[in-house]
Design a protein around this ligand. Structure first.
Ligand SMILES: [Zn+2]
Length: 81
């Protein structure tokens, strides 16, 4: 397994320097910094294989994580009904 930073930089290059979700160009710092995204999260048995990885900006990565938490909370809430 290559180290994550190398994989991320390769994915950034493959994606033309743009986020896989919002298609905005990555920047060195701030909300558009490149992060390594697991398309299927590790908690859902997502793998570390290249096919499950993409480069996403920090903003999208955090937003996606938040949405998944909301979905989980809704599921828990509906299960309690
Ligand atoms: Zn993005």
């Amino acid at each position: 397994m290559k180290n994550a930073a190398k994989v991320r930089s390769e994915l950034v290059e493959i994606q033309g320097g743009k986020c896989c979700y919002c298609r905005q160009p990555f920047t060195e710092t701030g909300r558009k910094v490149a992060t390594l995204e697991h398309k299927t999260p590790k908690m859902h048995r997502g793998s570390n294989k290249r096919s499950n990885l993409a480069a996403a900006c920090l903003g999208c990565n955090q937003r996606r994580g938040h949405q998944m938490n909301v979905a989980k909370q809704r599921k828990l809430a509906s299960a309690a009904d």
